[in-house]
Ligand binder design. Structure first.
Ligand code: 1HN
Length: 351
């Protein structure tokens, strides 16, 4: 038996550890957590007031001066961190007529979902992608990209990046180019003509990159697929309705290694089952209006609003209208799935 009189107390013992930067595991809190917890909260950014501030920013600073004229959608639970969920960044970007946003590249991956305007472009690795509302544009990790608007109308899109994840992993690199606009090496929308229809693959290309070779997913094709499924009366998924994933035409998998994108149609009078998954998501309302209940909180959404679904939050979607509703979303599914951290659970309805 140890001699209690000469034995130091536990508190005294722990005090002696600090100078050595060691600590007893049996006293450590918050290390092994029973289930996912997040500081992020369910939250909606209504389009009207955000758009108003974005246009005001347009009067205060040029796209070139700002490099990117963006209002970041900051989740109010994340203490000012530039993130919509713990692992996803979102922002709304404005490019006014005859502006450019200069070329750069980074190790973070990005997606753009066009909200308004018509005909401005993003150039990605030598290819200009001419953008229309609802188009999805990829700027994968390390790809050189710049934006330009040679039209007479403002262009606004939603940016989605994996930056909180990349920064959390301490793997961020960023490099501006010496020239403002990159050299174009391909025809405008070339990848769309080669890949967007999904039935044929250019035989001369040996695509080995870990992201989709299709840089732009045009809305007209996406919308047709959603509406045809509705017309066909497909049931879709009980938790998500008619949900399609934007896919890499080479692998059939996600468009980017860290983020997946989805187009979703909620049929009229649809009330989904509730579920939760470890992945977090940012939703953007393309058409219609409805309600998403997240951890018991009802979020009412309308066209062009954006909302955040924190990881592991129980959620269900409701469309009470007589018209279909359409949602775009991006998530961190592929990152979590690659690491074996994807978990899903069905739950009882909350409302
Ligand atoms: C970025 O490169 C863009 O290229 C937009 O439009 C937003 C936010 C953080 C880091 C890089 C863009 C960004 C970004």
């Amino acid at each position: 038996m140890p001699d209690k009189t000469t034995q130091p107390s536990m508190d005294q013992f722990i005090e002696t550890l600090a100078p050595l930067h060691i600590y007893p595991l049996w006293k450590q809190e918050g290390l092994l957590i029973r289930r996912p917890t997040t500081e992020a909260v369910p939250y909606l950014w209504p389009y009207g007031p955000v758009r108003e501030r974005l246009m005001e920013a347009g009067r205060l600073i040029s796209a070139e001066e700002a490099e990117r004229r963006v209002l970041i959608l900051k989740n109010p639970g994340l203490n000012g961190k530039p993130a919509a969920t713990a692992r996803l960044y979102a922002g709304l970007q404005l490019v006014l007529p005859h502006e450019i946003a200069p070329a750069h590249y980074h190790s973070a991956s990005a997606i753009r979902f066009v909200v308004e305007g018509s005909g401005a472009f993003t150039a990605v690795d030598g290819e200009r992608l001419i953008m229309q509302p609802g188009d999805l544009v990829l700027t994968p990790a390390w790809s050189v990209h710049d934006h330009g608007n040679e039209t007479d109308t403002p262009m606004i899109w939603l940016d989605g990046l994996d930056l909180p994840l990349v920064n959390g992993l301490e793997c961020s690199f960023f490099q501006p180019l010496d020239t403002k606009a990159q050299k174009l090496t391909r025809s405008d929308d070339e990848s769309e003509r080669q890949y967007a229809y999904g039935q044929l693959r250019p035989s001369w290309v040996n695509w080995t990159k870990n992201y989709s070779p299709l840089a732009k997913y045009p809305w007209n094709a996406t919308e047709r697929i959603l509406l045809d499924a509705l017309k066909d009366g497909v049931a879709g998924s009980p938790t998500d309705g008619i949900l399609f994933e934007y896919s890499n035409p080479i692998t059939g998998g996600s468009v980017l290694p860290t983020m997946a994108c989805y187009a979703q149609l909620l049929p009229p009078k649809f009330h989904s089952d509730a579920h939760r998954h470890t992945t977090s998501a940012v939703y953007h309302v393309v058409r219609g209006s409805g309600t998403t209940i997240m951890d018991g909180q009802r979020i009412e959404w309308n066209e062009r609003d954006t909302f955040a679904l924190p990881g592991w939050a129980v959620h269900e979607h409701i469309n009470n209208a007589s018209e279909p509703a359409m949602l775009f979303s991006f998530t961190d599914d592929p990152a979590l799935k690659a690491l074996g951290f994807y978990q899903e659970q069905s739950e009882n309805k909350q409302g």
